[in-house]
Design a binder for this molecule. Structure first.
Ligand code: PMP
Length: 311
C-alpha cells in the first residue's frame, strides 16, 4: 500500500509509522471493531470527500450496534477526516479514508465493557479496487459456497470488522478458483452482495438491486438508485435468484472502493455481451461525474476539504 504522512489517532495526528497498538489489543483477539470506507476525489476545487457525513454516521451506528462507545461526535470525526486529507498533501485523483474504532489493550476475556475504545482515521492513495481493466471490460464473479450469515446470528448492517471474515473467505475462494470477486447469496438462496460491494443487474431495461435485508446498507447503492431514477431508469429493489443473474442483460457492482465495476461473467456464464454493458457504461460515467464534482445537482454530497472552516 502507499503510506501517507499522518494518521489521526484518538484526537491527535501521529506520523504514519507511529500509529501502533499492543499485541494484546482486544479487537485482534475477539474481532469486535467497526470500520468505514470513504473516498476523497481530486476535483477542480481540490479534494472533495464523497458523502462524508453519511459514512461517519454509519460508523457511529455500526458502533452502537456492536456496543462500542466512540467518544467523538459525527462532527468531530468529520473534521478529523477533512484535516487528515489536507495534512497529508496528497497529489493523486483517488484517496481512500478508513475511519475505524476498536477495543484496545488492558482487558482480556469476551466481556468488553471495560476495554478502552480506540478511534483512528487513516487515509492513503488507492486506485481502482477491482483493477483498471475490470472497470473497462468487466470482472468475473463466482457465486461462492459461503453465504452471508443469517440475521439471527450476525449483524450484517454493521460495518463490523467481524463481518469481514465471511467476506475474506468468500473472496479467497473466488480468486482461488480463477475468478476476480465473490458473489454471496443469503441463507435463503437469494443474492445478498459481493464480498465488499453491492450487486445490480439489468433486464429488459429495468435496473434491479436486492434490498439490504442481508447486506450492508450501502451508500453507493443508494446514490446509484437516486442517480438512475433521476436519469429516467426504472429501478426495482427485490430479491434476485441465481438463475436471474445468469440471464441478466448487464450487471455491475457498486461500492465506495468498487465504484461502478461492470460484471462480464458469473460462474462460467457470460453476462450480456460479456463486457461492460451500455447502461452500465452510462451509470459508471454519471457516477464519476458526481464524485469528481462535475454534476452541480449532486454537489451537496461533496465536502470540499479546502472550503471547511478550521475553527
Ligand atoms: N457490502 C459490503 C460487505 C461492503 O464492505 C461494502 C463496502 N463498504 C459495500 C457493500 C458497499 O458499501 P458502500 O457503498 O457504502 O461503500
Amino acid at each position: 500500500m502507499d503510506a501517507a504522512k499522518y494518521i489521526w489517532m484518538n484526537g491527535k495526528f501521529v506520523a504514519w509509522d507511529d500509529a501502533k497498538v499492543h499485541v494484546l489489543t482486544h479487537t485482534i483477539h475477539y474481532g469486535n471493531g467497526v470500520i468505514e470506507g470513504t473516498k476523497a476525489y481530486k476535483t477542480e476545487k481540490g479534494y472533495a470527500i464523497f458523502r462524508l457525513n453519511d459514512h461517519t454516521k454509519r460508523l457511529k451506528e455500526s458502533a452502537k450496534m456492536t456496543l462500542i462507545d466512540i467518544p467523538y461526535s459525527v462532527a468531530e470525526l468529520n473534521l478529523a477526516q477533512i484535516e487528515l486529507v489536507r495534512k497529508n498533501e496528497f497529489t493523486g485523483d483517488n484517496v481512500y479514508l478508513r475511519p475505524f474504532s476498536f477495543l484496545g489493550y488492558g482487558v482480556m476475556g469476551l466481556y468488553h465493557k471495560d476495554a478502552p475504545v480506540e478511534t483512528a482515521v487513516a487515509a492513503w492513495e488507492w486506485g481502482a479496487y477491482l483493477g483498471e481493466e475490470g472497470m473497462r471490460k468487466g470482472i468475473r464473479l463466482k457465486i461462492v459456497s459461503m453465504t452471508r450469515p443469517a440475521n439471527t446470528s450476525n449483524m450484517g448492517k454493521a460495518k463490523a470488522t467481524a463481518n469481514y471474515l465471511n467476506s475474506q473467505m468468500a473472496k479467497y475462494e473466488a480468486i482461488d478458483c480463477g475468478y476476480d470477486e465473490a458473489l454471496l447469496l443469503d441463507d435463503q438462496g437469494y443474492v445478498a452482495e459481493a464480498s465488499g460491494a453491492s450487486f445490480f443487474m439489468i433486464k429488459d431495461g429495468e435496473i434491479i438491486t436486492p434490498p439490504n435485508d442481508n447486506a450492508l446498507a450501502s451508500i453507493t447503492q443508494k446514490t446509484v438508485i437516486e442517480m438512475a431514477e433521476d436519469m429516467g431508469y426504472t429501478v426495482t429493489r427485490r430479491r434476485i435468484t441465481r438463475e436471474e443473474v445468469y440471464v441478466a442483460d448487464e450487471a455491475f457492482l457498486t461500492g465506495t472502493a468498487a465504484e461502478i465495476t461492470p460484471i462480464a461473467l458469473v460462474d462460467a456464464r457470460e453476462i450480456g455481451c460479456g463486457s461492460r454493458g451500455a447502461i452500465t457504461a452510462i451509470i459508471q460515467s454519471a457516477y464519476f461525474d458526481i464524485v469528481f464534482g462535475r454534476n452541480k445537482k449532486y454537489e451537496h454530497y461533496l465536502t470540499y476539504v479546502d472550503n471547511v472552516d478550521r475553527n
